[in-house]
Ligand binder design. Sequence first.
Ligand SMILES: [Zn+2]
Length: 94
Amino acid sequence: MKRDGGRCQWVRADTHRKCLQPATDVDHILNDAAGGTDDDTNLRALCTTHHRWKSSHEGGQASGAARRAKRDAAPKPLHPGLVADKRELEPPPF
Ligand SMILES: [Zn+2]
């Protein structure tokens, strides 16, 4: 926070300039789940708005990753037309 002068270090995508609003939070640039550390190089000051935006965006990514992991772990249901049932391979009883 001291290093960043108490100002938000978020770089706006439209102007490519830092937000520079008074910072309220210290952000992990690379979050814990992604292997980020508490090292100074991974920390920056952010205003409430940008920290909330980033955190909610990361939350969405995390739940998306969890959803994908769950989907990939579950066996894919076969299309009914592709299900090979033993009974279907035997001649009909008439
Ligand atoms: Zn900001």
